[in-house]
Design a protein around this ligand. Structure first.
Ligand code: 16G
Length: 248
């Protein structure tokens, strides 16, 4: 196995599962791709076919793979994974899944920061911030509603930028020369309200994932505070965690 040492106490099927999961997340394996057979995986990683089968079966059960009788096992399309390790934006996440990201700008305007926004952006209440509301789609299917507030010197210029065909993160980095370094994010389960249900083409009260993200620049200044609603049946948040002792 490449990822873990031989002394690693993690079971082998589990290690293979994580290796295959990384292949999907990194985009090396794309939705619809046929994955190697149990025998091929066994040979490649020096494990038994049984062990390879167990890893595959668990990923089938998690919805990452699906089996087709007589054809093999394929990478699923329906779940979009947002990495919780690297700071990535919507466009990057969807592209990594081999799908086409798209954006509909619902609203973009300068407004005075309310208390909540001011606190998250660490600015004075009432300072003008850019409010951007976007519907995000993958392969023409609505996935998320994102409501962002941004503050930086010159942020009002964003009102005139083409935010339907460009990634916000890329714009900030390439046009405004802002280095995005890190973010904090919270996740919470909830149900869709009337407005979001309409936008996401879901019945009112559908399961949803609510996220709040504050993104920081290289100067440790919060630049964006975003609240998003993800369609619960279409989105997976993935995180890979290691216990300290294992890597020592
Ligand atoms: C993510 C972020 C959002 C950010 C966007 C940039 C959350 C809560 N949302 O969707 O804050 O604006 O990525 O994506 O995770 P973009 O570069 O494709 O515009």
């Amino acid at each position: 196995m490449h990822h873990h040492s031989h002394k690693s106490p993690l079971p082998r099927y589990y290690q293979l599962k994580e290796i295959m999961r990384e292949k999907i997340i990194s985009g090396a394996w794309k939705p619809g791709d046929l994955i190697p057979s149990e025998r091929e995986l066994g040979e490649q990683y020096g494990i038994s076919r049984m062990t390879a089968r167990q890893a595959i079966t668990e990923l089938v059960n998690e919805g990452m793979f699906y089996r087709e009788q007589g054809k093999g096992t394929f990478v699923s399309r329906h779940k979009i994974t947002q990495q919780l390790i690297r700071l990535t934006g919507f466009t990057e996440d969807i592209s990594a899944r081999g799908q086409a990201p798209a954006t509909r700008v619902l609203n973009v305007t300068m407004i005075p920061a309310d208390e909540n926004v001011a606190e998250h952006l660490r600015i004075r209440v009432g300072l003008p911030v850019l409010r951007l509301q976007r519907l995000r789609l993958a392969d023409d299917e609505p996935l998320a509603v994102e409501r962002s507030h941004l503050y930086f010197i010159g942020c009002e210029q964003l009102v005139d930028d083409d935010l339907e065909h460009q990634s916000l993160y890329r714009l900030l980095e390439a046009k405004y020369g802002i280095q995005l370094i890190q973010a904090e994010q919270e996740l919470e389960a909830g149900l869709t309200n009337e407005e979001d249900s309409k936008l996401l083409h879901l019945p009112i009260g559908s399961p949803a994932l609510y996220t709040r993200r504050t993104t920081y620049t290289n100067r440790d200044q919060p630049i964006e505070y975003a609240r998003s609603i993800y369609s619960g049946s279409k989105y997976t948040f993935y995180t890979h965690m290691m216990r300290n002792q294992l890597v020592l």
